[in-house]
Design a protein. Structure first.
Length: 292
């Protein structure tokens, strides 16, 4: 009975997670169409708005008072700036100018209450950098003119590699896990699970590269099979660090989940590894000029 409980929990988690994953997959497939691009931007804004609320709520348990209204505004403006920059010739509305505007608003709001200004400003800014900016980097991956025909492959890649890491680490850790990875942060994670998740992610990376070679008119991945293995393993490792990072925040806040969605927790629990892996993949794409 005790052995079946973890798998029952995983089944519930996978079942409920199909809802946001289905929305994202639909966004990936239809993102090349102009009429659908605003919906993708709105989807990211919604996820980041819930995520920033969860993070600020965690910080409130430690006695801080972050600026939630400006956080919500940032969740709308930052993804929107990536969308506007890619689709319209509005150069003054870009992520940098929006970032300075948000920073200005935070300082103006902080002037109203002097007590705790440094800590509350730091928490407010960190939440935006930790939650909103990384997830918003999905949009330039999709909207970049140089990657438009490969956008679905690249987004499928980062989602599959990251999430298969989580699933692989869970199964292998439950079956073969003996040595704790970070017992103080996340007692359930094991070194064996982490290695297994990385190995599965590397395999998924290779399979996606070979699938793109076989089914695309022009492959989205020009790197070798060994290169795909290294990229998948690297993205997987970075994603697992993101998972541990969120565990650190929750442990400090004294909570188990960032929200109360059955079997999932919250948006931060669903996207913790993506918060680290998406920026890493974005930087790789930028470095290779979207020609992997």
């Amino acid at each position: 009975m005790s052995n079946s409980k973890p798998f029952s929990e995983l089944k519930q988690r996978l079942l409920i997670s199909t809802i946001p994953i289905s929305i994202v997959v639909m966004a990936i497939c239809l993102s090349p169409y102009t009429f659908f691009a605003p919906f993708l931007s709105l989807t990211v804004s919604t996820l980041t708005a819930v995520g920033i609320w969860e993070f600020y709520h965690m910080s409130e348990t430690k006695g801080f008072t972050p600026n939630l209204s400006t956080g919500f505004l940032a969740a709308f403006l930052i993804p929107s700036s990536f969308y506007l920059l890619a689709h319209f010739d509005i150069t003054f509305i870009n992520p940098s100018s929006v970032g300075f505007f948000i920073l200005f608003l935070l300082f103006v709001q902080a002037c109203r209450t002097f007590e705790g200004a440094i800590a509350n400003l730091a928490i407010s800014i960190f939440g935006i950098v930790y939650v909103i900016l990384p997830l918003s980097l999905l949009l330039p991956i999709v909207f970049s003119p140089t990657v438009r025909e490969h956008a679905a492959w690249y987004l499928a890649y980062i989602l599959c590699v990251t999430k298969m890491t989580d699933t692989g680490a869970y199964f292998i850790g439950k079956k073969y896990g003996r040595n704790k990875l970070a017992p103080e942060l996340s007692p359930g994670k094991t070194i064996e699970g982490a290695i297994g998740g990385t190995a599965i992610a590397a395999l998924v990376s290779i399979l996606l590269k070979l699938s793109s070679d076989a089914f695309s008119q022009e492959s989205a991945f020009h790197l070798s099979v060994f290169g795909a293995l290294l990229l998948g393993a690297g993205i997987s490792a970075i994603g697992q660090i993101g998972d541990l990072a969120e565990s650190l925040l929750k442990r400090d806040a004294g909570i188990k989940d960032s929200n109360q969605l059955p079997g999932l927790g919250g948006v931060l629990d669903m996207t913790d590894s993506l918060i680290f892996s998406i920026p890493a993949f974005y930087l790789v794409l930028e470095y290779y000029n979207y020609q992997l």
